[in-house]
Design a protein around this ligand. Sequence first.
Ligand code: BGC
Length: 885
Amino acid sequence: MRRYLYFTTVLITSLVTNAYSQVPARVGGLHTEHLINPIGIDEIHPRLNWMLEDSHQGAKQSAYQLIIGTDSSAVKGGEGNSWSTTKINSAAMLVTYQGKSLNPFTKYFWKVNLWNQNGKQLSSAVSSFETGMMGQRWRGAWISDRKGIDARPAPYFRKTFSAQKAIKSARAYIAVAGLYELYLNGKKVGNHRLDPMYTRFDRRNLYVSYDVTANLQRGENAIGVLLGNGWYNHQALAVWNFDRAPWRQRPTFCLDLRITYEDGTTEIIATDTKWKTKTGPIISNNIYTGEHYDSRLEIPGWNMPNFNDQKWDEVALRSAPSKQIVSQTLEPIRNVEEIQAKSIKKINDTVYLVDIGRNIAGVTRLKLNGENGTVVRIKHGERLDKNGRLDMSNIDVYYRPKDDTDPFQTDIVTLNGKPVDFMAKFNYKGFQYVEIHSSKPIRLNKEDVVAYFMHSDVKATGKIVSSSNIIDKIWWASNNSYLSNLYGYPTDCPQREKNGWTGDGHFAVETGLYNFDGITVYEKWLADHRDEQQPNGVLPDIIPTGGWGYGNANGTDWTSTIAIIPWNLYLFYGDSKPLADNYNNIKAYVDYVESISEEGLTTFGRGDWVPVKSSSSLEYTSSVYFYTDAVIMTKTAKLFGKKKDELYYGQLAARIRTAINNKYFNKQTCMYGSGVQTELSMALQWNVVPDEYRAQLAENLAKRVAADNMHLDVGVLGAKAILNALSENGQGETAYKLASQDSYPSWGWWIVNGATTLFENWDINAPRDISQNHMMFGEVGGWFFKGLGGIKPDEANPGFKNIILRPNIVEGLDSLEAEYDGPYGKIISAWKRNYKVIVYTVVIPPNSTASLSLSPGGGRKVYLDNRTVTENSRLEAGKYQFIIK
Ligand code: BGC
């Protein structure tokens, strides 16, 4: 990327497209810790960021002033009692709070005054963040019922209290090991699902904060809590041994409900021995298999004040699951999209097959009605067998049940003679098809079944629209797979495993970040990495883990997440905190790999997993990732001014690169290893190849692809590298042909076979490793932005402060619009061919610039406002329309 800086760039402006819309300029996009008006902030120096929304060319911030305080009208009026900066001459829009120490349980209001390029002042509206416990002692005790880890029914808890005075505000803080639903006066609090997010429960637990002012009333109130097992009490048996996780226990929770009365006094209602507990209709729940619900055991009104709980049991006090109880500050999982069933087929009186029309992760919700005692089994899967019946053979392969009482991806509902509305609370599945079996005939219509696409509810930031159906569909499918695999940590697949496979996580990170504002989820996952890292630096290949995943394969090509993810967060957000937080962890990791490597080479890794046909050298691919980590470590040390580390890791990186090239690079033929696609691609993608051979190597790669009949011959490591390796090095046409290929093996091959998600295997009939919702081949979904739209971060000015803009206007694609909402606003790179003329439209958001390189080729010239412009130019914020002819 840095190469572009060597071009002589010319600053160009456009007259015609100046001020492309008339929307008045404003300051918006205020976030604290990358969230909008969050509550439960424990960070003592929270990050604040904002945006300038202004369509005028050259719009930028010349200065800012931050005003933060506890009185919203004072802040609005320009006075902040917590932190008021002077007018600071700076373009920075991501600033760390440096005011008075923040108090717990306090709402802070903030706004920013911004001066633009002409010195004109604009003020944002007032935004807020509210602190959480900030290390204060909890009042509540950890409680549970008295049942053991094998007990199947989910426990219900309740407690009533009387609020004698008028309530001004109230907050609920709930820490849970397992999963929960919280109710106040019969109503569920919030719309989170599968909360709290999964962590290594014996190292770190998350608490969730809610504003519950509106849920309470003067007089009698009831708190209800329902607990699920989640990953904390994994009862199902599968090859990863979560049933033997060191943290495993019956779910437990701790709650502080803080009420502030109008008279200024505070009362805390907390968990203690006076709470009552009982089991109810959820007679079994498992995150991995399904939920069993016996509607005959429903307890009407269990969470209401006037319910008689005399027959309920005493609770048990428990020790806290870990010493670290920290705030959950990330986008929660929600039922994000409701999907109507596409079709229903009655197989017979007791069997129905429902197609929801696309593959998702989530749950179904069914309206069921039948005779008292009827047992309905709701099975979920991704595909049908040749007889048109549900086939789970691609996803139940690692399940090791000891009996048939808890079938895979199956909810079991027992009816009570009245209508039952059922949706699993503590489980999710990966599926497109639902087969419903009942013990006695039931009637089911299409309208009785809906599906909810569930995932971490991150905001969409990217859009690709093109003249190619296949490109648009691959992009959509990759987003579906990305989201299906985002549940507070990235997973490999939502059905067979639900594991936080490290490799899958970093293969997909760029696609994820182009398309979704996911920093909060990644920061949480990095904290999971820190919890998990061994004192010697080693990481397991699934995170979190109950102990599985240490061996020989958990090497650099998978566990380099610790370096690659923070580095990408830095590139995409311009935020160095993830690198700072993980600095020692990256270092320990690189040091470990160095300690087991001989002369810079290592075989510590898994290799190019699920290849088409050719395999690549394990030592080569693992060493390339080792090199990548050492480079990230060097750059990070430089960023933080750690000279000694910069020097040390810089030399290490150079040694690894030399060792790889000495052993694997044939200068005569300009080939790596045995010359297969993955080996050639990785040398280009990860900058292993000496600069002077770069172009030749890319050409050799293009020839290799042509010899492979313009098809992929890669596994996951090659799939991450190949498109970039080509398009970054003058072979964009070949990259595009691969990306838009629709016969085997290709991404498009899945699509033409009806896929709405990405698969785990190029061969759709593969006998194993054939989940239909995997993200490990998903780099393509990010490549459209980079390799076609040409929108790339500039590591010298990260967070798209400067955008590297180098579109590849490839043959055969008549139009493309790539849009990405970065930290400074919407970036657009779009082209349209009109016979021989190409119109290329660019939008650069305020306060940022772009280094544009257009290489029209074929003797064509680039015009802006009828003037020719050079091929490399520097653009200020604004909209530009270039004509290429
Ligand atoms: C997972 C993958 C993972 C791989 C590693 C598979 O079972 O589903 O996505 O990265 O194992 O070998």
